[in-house]
Design a protein around this ligand. Structure first.
Ligand SMILES: [Zn+2]
Length: 243
């Protein structure tokens, strides 16, 4: 840990405490990495701990979470489902590979357990993919409802996006803390740039950007933002310890 990290962490903790609303953006540094169709148990465990820490930090706050992750881990940490939006989709939802219909299918419990096992490195992805159910309309195999799908069905998150936009309107002129965790340049239009814009237009906003490399914020919001060079998974764990 760097010398100034403890002070940084304490300051962020205070920012969250003082804020009326907390907006969390989770980016690609939080995603579970796949190597040859397998995920790693250690990565899963580290994130699980971080998400539980996040839940602890947010439980008494008026919050919203936007995540680029598709592993569904955020929904397993005890946060409120109606306070989460996953614009890149989720492995816990399925769609027709051809998108012959907008229908989104929620996997049954057995399959959900297999998906969880997959993220913990116990199951190979291709073994699960081989046994995904068929589309009720065209009988083609269903696929993961994520941005990686060739014909990504955005219907999987759009309703929740509306809820998010409405929540955002309620932040105007309020003390809002924007906490960005590992959001780089993969999909900057979803979290990174809008968060800068919100901070720019709301002079009671405070942006905290945690990233291991791309932690810098822009000149226009330098008085209302802090960039911290840190692994975001580790940062959240540290942040929640004394919370
Ligand atoms: Zn179909």
């Amino acid at each position: 840990m760097k010398d100034n990290s403890r002070a940084d962490i304490q300051k962020v903790r205070e920012n969250i405490k003082e804020a009326e609303l907390v907006l969390v953006g989770i980016g690609e540094e939080f995603s579970l990495k796949e190597t040859n169709g397998r995920f790693k148990k250690e990565e899963y465990e580290a994130r699980k701990e971080a998400y539980q820490g996040l839940q602890k930090l947010l439980q008494d706050k008026n919050y919203f979470v936007v995540t680029l992750c598709t592993d569904g881990m955020i929904r397993q940490a005890g946060l409120k489902d109606e306070r989460i939006v996953e614009p890149c989709g989720s492995y816990y939802r399925l769609q027709c590979a051809d998108k012959c219909t907008d229908t989104i299918t929620v996997p049954d419990e057995e399959l959900q357990n297999k998906i969880k096992d997959m993220f913990q490195g116990k199951e190979e992805k291709k073994n699960i993919e081989r046994n995904l159910p068929d589309c009720a309309k065209c009988s083609k195999k269903l696929t993961w409802n994520t941005i990686e799908a060739e014909n990504y069905a955005e219907e999987g998150y759009l309703e929740q996006w509306k809820v998010y936009t409405k929540w955002l309107q309620g932040t105007v002129n309020h003390k809002v803390c924007l906490l960005e965790l590992g959001t780089g340049m993969k999909f900057p239009t979803v979290i990174r740039w809008p968060f800068e814009k919100i901070t720019y237009f709301n002079n009671k906003a405070r942006l905290i950007r945690i990233h291991s490399r791309l932690f810098q914020t822009t000149e226009e919001i330098k008085d209302r933002s802090t960039g911290i060079e840190y692994n975001p998974v580790e940062f959240v764990k540290e942040l929640s310890i004394e919370a």
